[in-house]
Each structure stands twice: as C-alpha cells, then as structure tokens.
Ligand binder design. Structure first.
Ligand SMILES: [Zn+2]
Length: 310
C-alpha cells in the first residue's frame, strides 16, 4: 500500500508592533533613509538594535547612514524560492553600509558579486514603511546625502508568512487516516502506561511507540475549551465560536475540535458531544471527515471522569 502524502500549506499574516527604534527605522525606509543605532561603545548598528548590548539600556540614539556600502561576505543562491527578494539567481551578502559598523544581510542582484564590491540599495517603487522597502542591493554608488527630516514612526508591520510543503505520513498517522476514511476513529495504547493516544503517537511519558490499535467512539466530553472572539485572515467561521478539547470515550487524551450547534456561551466543561461527519460521499483520508462536534443532550460528565485528562 502506498504511503499517504499530500501538499500542505501553512499561511498567516504575522503582525507585530515595532516599538520606538524599529518604528523609526521602518519609517526611514519609506523616506529612502537608513537609520542605525549608536550604542554606548560608539558603534553604529544597522539594522538598529533596540537595546545596548553592553549596558542593556534602551537605545535612543539613531543616526542616518548611507544607502551605499561594501560587500563583506556573500553566498550564491542559484534557485530562489517563493517569497525571496528576487525570482532569478542572486547573492545573499553581508553589506556594511558607509557609516555603519555592523553588516546587514540582504540580496544583491549582481552576477559578478564579490567581496569588496560597492553596492547600493535598490528601493521598492512603492514604499510603505516595511523592511521590503529595500527591494535588494545592486552594484553602484548612491548620490543621496541630504539631511533627513523627522518622520512619524511606523507602529505596526505585517509580514505574510507562506509555507508550502509535501507532508508524508508516519505509519501511525497512515493507519489513523485510513480508518477515518471508513468513518472510524482509532487510537493506540502505550504498552507501558496503558494510555490510549488519539491520534496514535509515541507516548510522551514513556518514550515508547504504542502498539495495540484501539477503536474509540466518535463521541465524548468537552474537557476544556476557548471561545474564539478574534477575527483573523482565512477564518472560515464568524466569531464567537468554540474550539474545545474533546475527550472521546475510550481515549486518554483529548483531540481539538469545533463545537457547533450551540451558543458559545452555553458550552461548558463536561458537556457531552458527538462528531458530525460530513457527507459519506466526501470521506477520504483526512481529519476533515469530521466537520465538527455538537452537544448530544446527555447529562454532563462529572468532573472526576475527565479531571485526569485535562
Ligand atoms: Zn505510556
């Protein structure tokens, strides 16, 4: 039987607040200015450090350096991947900008890249106060040398994170997914502590692979849960909704799943729930066969029955 494999994508927009130092650095890039941080030993760091490595005090002294510098060291990237600065072969280089004491890592668009090469920033056509305002570096000198004005710091920077990869299953995962394709949920029992893990995995307490296959029910109880109130990119449900840890009958460790068919405010620990499977014609070797869980209406499970499984 062939091993299961499928392409998976993990994607999210990483949004961070920048603080006073990086906020001014990013705002400077928008104006085609590069700011470095001067620390107590007199050195100028680019990109700027937020804290002095010697005194550990917050850095407050930002100074402008040149958008031109010298390649200190480099390596060649013959096969760029999605999301990198250039879509053709280029060099990654450590570049010490004139006026700075520490080098900056960036891409250089030069086939004859070499140590000592003079390079300058190639600015993005549309600058927003983001690290990507520097498109890359290119050979040459820059002629910008005016004194910069004050500018408002950038407060928030969003960086899209995209990761595409091919996932190949382990033997345990393979067995778990093939059972799901038949509408069954299986776990495996640790030979040492006798606990049933769903999905099967190496027992984290004993460090041994489980052996005995155990079928568990497609119903169980909510142990803990959270109400999702925060919207995010790619969200398929409208908040508020509940994601819970569901301890299936026969299992010793809960799985994480959606609880629908009930007001978020009415979900509680110990609530009895059952899997709602999607239409059988769409079953395949995927956890998505179970669309969500819904309350069964049975009396709540007593705390003692799941307190050991939180
Ligand atoms: Zn164990």
């Amino acid at each position: 039987m062939d091993t299961l494999a499928a392409p998976l994508t993990i994607a999210f927009d990483y949004t961070r607040s920048l603080g006073p130092v990086l906020g001014r650095f990013m705002a400077g890039l928008r104006e085609r200015r590069v700011l470095g941080a001067r620390t107590s030993d007199g050195r100028v760091h680019v990109p700027p450090l937020e804290y002095d490595p010697v005194t550990h005090e917050p850095v407050t002294d930002l100074v402008e350096v040149s958008p031109t510098g010298t390649v200190v060291s480099w390596t060649w990237n013959p096969r760029p991947v999605e999301g990198q600065p250039l879509d053709r072969p280029f060099g990654w280089a450590l570049i010490r900008l004139d006026g700075a004491d520490t080098p900056l890592l960036h891409a250089v668009d030069a086939e004859d890249l070499n140590t000592g090469m003079r390079v300058r920033i190639r600015w993005s056509a549309q600058r927003t106060g983001h690290i990507r305002d520097i498109a890359c570096f290119e050979p040459g000198e820059s002629d910008i040398s005016e004194i910069s004005e004050e500018f408002e710091p950038v407060e928030i920077m969003t960086t899209p994170i995209r990761l595409h990869y091919q996932h190949t299953t382990s033997a345990e995962e393979d067995r778990y997914l093939r059972a799901l394709e038949q509408g069954r949920i299986i776990g495996q029992r640790c030979p040492a502590c006798r606990k049933v893990y769903v999905p099967p995995r190496v027992c984290p307490a004993d460090g041994v692979a489980p052996d005995e296959v155990v079928e568990v029910a497609d119903r169980g109880m909510v142990t803990t849960f959270c109400v999702v109130n925060v919207p995010f990119a790619g969200q398929r449900l409208t908040p508020p909704y509940v994601v819970a840890q569901v301890l299936l009958d026969g299992a010793d460790i809960p799985i994480s799943h959606l609880i629908l068919g009930v007001e978020a405010a009415d979900v509680r620990m110990g609530m009895r729930v059952a899997a709602v499977w999607r239409d059988r014609s769409r079953w395949s070797t995927t956890p998505e066969n179970i669309d969500h869980f819904e309350p069964t209406g049975e009396p709540d499970a007593p705390y003692e029955s799941y307190g050991e499984h939180l």
